[in-house]
Design a protein around this ligand. Structure first.
Ligand SMILES: *Cc1c(COP(=O)(O)O)cnc(C)c1O
Length: 256
């Protein structure tokens, strides 16, 4: 130390005193996305019920998640179990909620419930059963809170569309199963807008499905919808959870 006054604390790199350029970049991009959300919320008259922002950090390093936490982010999304398990373990001391948003094999349920606050991609009875079994074991051990489960719905017109999800007709039975499972909390519905199409009709359909669901399960009012490209439309149609990745973190590095 040479007695020089360091710049104000700017992030993880305080040991070297060097400003953290990545932190500043994330700060700016996050501010821009928050501004877009605020504008959409005001346009929809939803100031009393703003959506929860989940920053999708898949393919980006744990250090970026740490930077986001210093910027006030509390909720992050991941779509691969191994990557999410590693990052959440590396960042255990931080006050973060991990949202699993990707296609999930039933044999990964045990691993996912160890770190996940919510699973947004429950799309079939076998997966719901596997999560319930895994939660029963985990809750006994840790006493953790129930796992929030969103039913992922396919909004493609062709059945079993390529972006995954249950058919709308299968939602009521899956909802009954989740609502009746100890350790699971039926949180609502989730969807990804069909690729290359206008997202508005898709999100409108999701809002209708949500209304039908909450008529039977009043507590299941969550609507997880909206990504970088279409968050404004999602807010307009009532999204309660936005899953935004690339407009905050930049393009994802190529698949390893
Ligand atoms: C990757 C991903 C997102 C984030 O998408 P961006 O276009 O990067 O904002 C949202 N939801 C799901 C299900 C994803 O897989």
């Amino acid at each position: 130390m040479n007695g020089q006054v360091n710049e104000p604390t700017r992030g993880p790199d305080t040991a070297t005193g060097r400003p953290d350029a990545r932190l500043e970049q994330l700060r700016e991009r996050l501010a821009a996305v928050r501004q877009r959300i605020d504008t959409a919320v005001a346009a929809a008259g939803r100031q009393e019920r703003p959506p929860q922002l989940i920053v999708v950090t898949k393919f980006h390093p744990a250090e970026d998640v740490r930077r986001l936490a210093t910027l006030g982010i509390t909720d992050v999304g991941e779509n691969r179990d191994q990557e999410a398990a590693e990052k959440s373990a590396a960042l255990r001391g931080l006050d973060l909620r991990w949202h699993f948003i990707g296609q999930l094999q039933s044999n990964k349920a045990k691993s996912v419930v160890k770190y996940a606050h919510a699973v947004h991609s429950v799309d079939r009875p076998q997966l719901a059963s596997a999560l319930a079994r895994a939660m029963a074991a985990d809750q006994e051990r840790t006493g953790r809170a129930p796992l929030d489960c969103f039913i992922q719905v396919s909004l493609d017109d062709d059945a079993g569309g390529h972006r995954g999800g249950a058919l709308p007709a299968d939602v009521p039975a899956l909802a009954e199963q989740l609502a009746g499972a100890e350790g699971l909390r039926l949180a609502g519905v989730m969807a990804v807008a069909p690729f290359g199409a206008d997202p508005a009709p898709a999100f409108e359909k999701l809002a209708e499905l949500s209304a039908r669901l909450t008529a039977v399960h009043p507590g299941a009012s969550g609507i997880s919808a909206g990504m970088s490209q279409d968050l404004e439309e999602a807010v307009r149609f009532g999204a309660t959870h936005l899953r935004v990745g690339s407009d905050i973190l930049g393009p994802r590095p190529a698949l390893r």
